[in-house]
Write a protein that binds this ligand. Structure first.
Ligand code: SD4
Length: 341
């Protein structure tokens, strides 16, 4: 079923679902016949692979290819995740990241991003406007300030002082979509209307060191000032070089409430595989009393120190892109809600 059709059929109260899939642990690699933007979707082995390795949320093969190029040339995981995410930030067709991102309800494109390195250093920007490469500004916050997080006007001023150029991020296509939305202006943030979304990327370089990054324009038509999980260390992203890393996508409010990425890494510390840890983190959300999980999506991808990976989401159609052993592939994620599937 086409993703858009699925969304339509999902009888959601105006909220599009981000859908995901995870690796079925230890399943063999095989072609799945499900459609997805002409790309092959596979379920893949969860076995340990060689380093280096890159994984990212959604269908972002160009971004993972860029990251792998950096790693193959001997670059470190931090450079790889930054440069990989930059590919999607610059891609105007992606309406959930960087330039071309869908605006908030007032027509402003506001970006959230963060980055974390092997030492546990981190940097983040929230509610950043007019700067395409939010992930690079986050890295500058990490490396060139005594702070972890800069917001709004301060973040923008800092970026400009570092040589970033201010530009209009609202493209014609996103403006048009916003104009259409305004006709009804239902205040239901839309998650994931494209076959890619917030990009979260994790990499292990040839030295076995892990870094991660996450960048997004957040929920389309969100309230002005809204910040999601993506720039919140421990929620949208967490890296522990001893254990592994995790990054989230979907309805940020639900990720923040369970400090999702930190949770996944801690579960791996307790001995769970990346797959098991992602599944447990999703179960914490869906098993809350009165959880309305049918109306929203959350997906996690994770990697451990051995190069095992996992991904899991609440609803169908989430995917992970993985580049390892010379293969850059989109992997359909397993998911919790099998009703109507
Ligand atoms: C947010 N987590 O701002 C982001 C949006 C997202 O799939 O990932 N959508 O809540």
């Amino acid at each position: 079923m086409k993703r858009r059709k699925f969304l339509k059929n999902a009888s959601l109260t105006g909220v599009g679902l981000a859908v995901g899939s995870t690796l079925a642990a230890c399943a063999d690699t095989k072609t799945d016949t499900t459609e997805n933007n002409n790309s092959e979707i596979v379920t893949a082995s969860n076995s340990t692979g060689t380093l280096p390795l890159v994984i990212a949320t959604w269908h972002v093969k160009e971004a993972t290819a860029k990251a792998m190029e950096v790693l193959q040339k001997g670059g470190n995981a931090l450079d790889a995740v930054e440069q990989g995410c930059m590919v999607e930030e610059a891609n105007e067709k992606g309406q959930s990241v960087g330039k071309g991102g869908l605006p908030d309800r007032d027509g402003n494109v506001t970006l959230d991003a963060c980055i974390m390195d092997k030492h546990g250093n981190c940097g983040s920007v929230v509610y950043l406007q007019n700067i395409t490469h939010a992930v690079s500004v986050a890295r500058k916050v990490m490396e060139d300030t005594p702070h972890v997080m800069l917001a709004g006007e301060g973040a923008k001023k800092f970026a400009i002082s570092q040589g970033f150029e201010a530009e209009d991020l609202l493209t014609e296509a996103s403006k048009e979509a916003w104009e259409k939305w305004k006709v009804e202006a239902k205040y239901k943030p839309i998650i994931n209307i494209e076959n890619h979304d917030t990009i979260g990327m994790l990499a292990i370089d040839k030295n076995g060191d892990i870094s991660g990054a996450c960048t997004t324009s957040g929920l389309a038509y969100k309230m002005g000032g809204r910040v999601g999980d993506s720039p919140i260390i421990g929620s949208g992203l967490f890296v522990d070089n001893e254990i592994g890393a995790c990054v989230a996508t979907g309805l940020g409010e639900e990720v923040v409430k369970t400090v999702g990425s930190f949770l996944v890494v801690e579960l791996m510390r307790q001995g769970k595989s990346p797959q098991e840890a992602c599944e447990e983190a999703i179960s914490r959300i869906v098993n809350k009393p009165n959880s309305n999980y049918k109306d929203f999506q959350v997906g996690y991808i994770a990697v451990n120190k051995n190069g095992q990976t996992g991904s899991y989401s609440i609803h169908q159609w989430f995917s992970m892109t993985k580049f390892q052993d010379g293969v850059n592939e989109q992997i359909q994620s397993d998911f919790f809600n099998k009703e109507n599937v």
